[in-house]
Every structure is written in structure tokens, then in C-alpha cells.
Design a binder for this molecule. Structure first.
Ligand code: PAF
Length: 280
């Protein structure tokens, strides 16, 4: 694996080497602090593509809280080990200034419900930043396929919409959510949880699992979500932001018992914001 620290280094590498790899480049954009979830994206990309570019950029425009940006975990030494072991060809580590061509700024985007509900509502401006950076990274890397984890279910819908409009030739590959042995969805932010916080956070996936089982048994989606909501509100140390059934293509909320594809959730534990979802 080689490490390229700027778009100039990346372009030069492509000019010298691209003929060797033809039309089969996979791209895994990340913000670093790589864990097994990222490794699974890189491994999938390396099974499906001849060359895999992994980018690491803590993108300032997608953080709506300064404290979250400042405390976002950074560990480049470990990232190099994880990316290489998982099969990355290039680790691309540009600065925000390089990618944005100056002071980072994100144009507002409006994709209707998929940018205005749930994560879009709770984290104002978040998807503007995601769209902006992914668009710029796609322009820099020019991949054939780009891999995103489905833990960020709404992000996948937003990126698919952006890519269909601005980069229609890039195939967006949505990859399975990876959990730890106790069910907690893997996230770079989990590192900020204490052991006690991890135990509290496990209630999130446990309740999602119960809702999915109830729905499989034929119980009402809205009622099942309501029961989970009440249970989670009683968990000490857990601050529930939302839990809802949703359609992953439209992010619309059905008023009937059909039209749902997933249950999505956001909650805070020890000040750390966690999201998760389960397919119905
Ligand atoms: O999912 C993430 O880590 C980020 O939102 C992404 C896609 C790398 C854009 O900064």
C-alpha cells in the first residue's frame, strides 16, 4: 500500500500507473479511526476491484457541533495497519484545504425528505457537508465503484442521489452494518464510551432486534416502535433522539403497516451520539 498525501500526489500516481488497472477502481471514503466495519468495506472493495483507494479526511463541513469535530478520534498509525491488512492499494490522506481548494465550505443541498428528516433535521447542515466532500473526493479519485456502510443508512440514500445526478457512472455499493459481539453497531465514536457506556449503548441494538422480531411475527410496526421508544426512555444514561420506521429509499414515514424497510434510531450515551438501524 502506498500513502498519497495530496491530490497532486494522487494525480501523479494515476498518470504513471493507471493503465495497469484499467476500469476497475474501488473507493472507500472514510474519516479515519478505522475499525472492523471499515475493514469489511475495504475487503469487499478489494474482492471486487483491481485497485482500492481508501481516503482519510475528517471533513469539517459535516460536523454541526464544534466539540464533535474536535473530539473526533484520529489514529493514522493504526489506520495504515487496518487499511493495508484489508487490501487497500492507496491510502489517500489529503487536507481539507487541498480537497476544498481553500477554506472548506459546503453548498446547501435539498433532496427533500432524505436530507430534511432524521439525521438531516437533527444535524443541520450535516448532509450539505457530506455531499460536498463526497462529490469532491469522487472528482479527485474518479472511481468506478464507491463503498459505504449501511449503518449510515440515510447517508447512503443521500450519496446515491448526489451520485446519480453528478457522477452517474460511479456505482454506489451499500455494505452490511457490522456489529461487535454484543450487537453494538461499530462506529469510530464508540472509542469514546466507557465500559459502562458500552453496556448502556447495547440497549439500542437489543431494542431494534426486538422490534424486528415483533414485526416478523406480524405485529404492528408503529406499536412495536412505540414500545421500544418507551423502553429506551427508561434506560438510565441513554438519551433517545429518535426511533422510527422508515423507507430507506424515500425516508418517508408510512401511516400504515406497510411501506417500511428499516427501523432507524439515534441516541446519546455519555455525550456520544450513536446511530443504528435494522432491516425489516
Ligand atoms: O461516513 C463517513 O465516514 C463520512 O460521512 C464520509 C462518507 C467519509 C464523508 O466524509
Amino acid at each position: 500500500m502506498i500513502i498519497l498525501k495530496s491530490t497532486i500526489e494522487l494525480n501523479n500516481w494515476f498518470i504513471e500507473n493507471i493503465n495497469e488497472f484499467g476500469e476497475n477502481m474501488g473507493f472507500v471514503p472514510t474519516m479515519g479511526a478505522l475499525h472492523k466495519g471499515h475493514a469489511s468495506l475495504i475487503e469487499k472493495a478489494s474482492r471486487e476491484c483491481q485497485i482500492v483507494v481508501v481516503s482519510i479526511l475528517v471533513n469539517p463541513t459535516q460536523f454541526n457541533e464544534k466539540a464533535d469535530l474536535e473530539s473526533y478520534p484520529r489514529d493514522l498509525d493504526n489506520d495504515v495497519i487496518v487499511a493495508e491488512k484489508a487490501g487497500a492499494t492507496i491510502l489517500f490522506t489529503p487536507t481539507p484545504k487541498d480537497i476544498y481548494g481553500g477554506t472548506p465550505y459546503a453548498e446547501p443541498v435539498d433532496y427533500g425528505l432524505i436530507t430534511s428528516t432524521f439525521e438531516g433535521l437533527s444535524r443541520q447542515g450535516h448532509f450539505d457537508g457530506v455531499v460536498s466532500v463526497v462529490d469532491k473526493l469522487f472528482l479527485a479519485v474518479k472511481p468506478n465503484r464507491a463503498y459505504f456502510g449501511s449503518k449510515d443508512l440515510q447517508q447512503v440514500a443521500v450519496v446515491e442521489k448526489m451520485s446519480s445526478e453528478r457522477h452517474p457512472k460511479i456505482k454506489i455499493v451499500s455494505c452490511d452494518l457490522i456489529r461487535d459481539e454484543n450487537g453494538l453497531a461499530l462506529s469510530s465514536r464508540n472509542i469514546r464510551l466507557s465500559d459502562a457506556g458500552i453496556l448502556v449503548a447495547q440497549n439500542i441494538s437489543q431494542e431494534l432486534q426486538i422490534v424486528a422480531e415483533r414485526v416478523k411475527e406480524g405485529r404492528d410496526v408503529i406499536d412495536s416502535v412505540e414500545i421500544a421508544k418507551q423502553n429506551l426512555k427508561n434506560v438510565e444514561g441513554l438519551e433517545l433522539e429518535y426511533i422510527s420506521g422508515v423507507n430507506d429509499q424515500t425516508f418517508s414515514i408510512s401511516t400504515e403497516n406497510r411501506g417500511w424497510s428499516h427501523i432507524i434510531i439515534a441516541a446519546r450515551v455519555e455525550g456520544v451520539r450513536l446511530i443504528d438501524n435494522i432491516e425489516l
